[in-house]
Design a protein around this ligand. Structure first.
Ligand code: SAM
Length: 297
């Protein structure tokens, strides 16, 4: 049974192998730059089939000549088309791993990225042995807040977002993980309930409004990505307000674009903050900067 016959609908229930071949050629044709090698196409087709058929990779590989059940085949065609249209796999399976946690995600939240784990690791490395307080500004799925709360259950964690839909996802993730987090709907620090913290964490929107990459990210909320004309609009707002919400000895841990570190340090220094370090991601790019209150003397 050929991939073309499968694609043309001349079969109702293809073999697992034929279904995989159909998906590989569909992805290669629709997204040639994302899936530019046979290996990439195969990996993605296999991941989608595991999800649609509820089978392990070993079961699929051991049973390539077996027939795919009709319901699973219908679902597979549907999700292959969604993927071919550019929708991220995380939104298809509604899950993303972050800092050893399994998080529910949907299109109302940014899909958490590996580089954002640097924020969690930085807070954990700098935190005292006893309890401390932390606020996660722009929590989205709750990734940063939950990463910290899971590793340090005694920490007092507050998570803020301006999006009620994002907060609903974060609340659901906290409930699923049994984490106790205070959630506040707020435009950064605007809500009167927000006070002073030992750590202020933030992964703000920092993509320039005219950045062509926004097209590739079109399935994710614009509110989570668009940082205005120079990408720094929300970083300026957060850093300007941060000193008023930082306890003595506390730190601001903020993510930014790989080419924004110098600008972020200048903005922070103009806001009475002192630069402590900038941390690089695994690709060697500067992604997270850390600040404390500048002592005046
Ligand atoms: C880049 S996403 C980060 C999401 C999550 N912290 C993560 O790292 O996966 C930015 C988040 O900030 C939120 N946000 C944007 N503008 C905001 C504002 N003015 N006040 C509070 N949250 C805001 C968005 O809704 C979004 O959830």
């Amino acid at each position: 049974m050929s991939a073309a016959a499968v694609a043309a609908g001349r079969t109702n229930t293809p073999t697992l192998r034929a279904a995989l071949e159909f998906a590989q050629s569909r992805l290669a044709a629709a997204l040639p730059s994302a899936f530019d090698s046979r290996a990439e196409q195969y990996r993605e087709a296999l991941a989608l089939l595991r999800f649609a058929a509820g089978l392990s990779e070993a079961q699929i590989l051991a049973n390539g000549a077996g027939t795919l059940e009709a319901g699973a085949w219908a679902q597979y065609r549907d999700i292959v088309e969604r993927r071919a249209a550019g929708e991220p796999f995380a939104y298809i399976e509604c899950r993303r791993g972050f800092h050893a946690l399994d998080l529910h995600v949907d299109p109302s939240v940014l899909i958490p990225r590996p580089e954002t784990e640097i924020i969690v690791d930085t807070v954990l490395a700098r935190s005292p042995e006893n309890a401390f307080s932390v606020i996660d500004l722009g929590t989205g799925s709750g990734a940063v807040a939950l990463g910290i709360a899971h590793a340090r259950p005694e920490a007092r964690v507050t998570a803020v977002d301006i999006s009620a839909a994002a907060l609903a996802v974060a609340r659901g993730n906290a409930a699923a993980l049994g984490a106790t987090i205070e959630f506040v709907e707020s435009d950064w620090f605007a809500a009167p309930a927000l006070r002073q913290y030992d750590f202020i964490c933030c992964n703000p929107p920092y993509v320039r409004s005219d950045d062509p990459h926004l097209h590739d990210l079109r399935f994710e909320p614009r509110l989570a990505l668009d940082g205005g004309r120079d990408g720094l609009r929300e970083i300026r707002r957060v850093l300007a307000a941060a000193p008023g919400h930082l306890n003595a000895g506390g730190s601001v841990v903020i993510e930014h674009g790989y080419d924004q570190a110098d600008a972020v340090v200048r903005i922070a220094e103009a806001a009475r903050l002192q630069h402590l370090e900038t941390i690089r991601d695994l690709g060697g790019r500067e992604r997270v900067s850390v600040f404390c209150i500048r002592e005046t003397g």
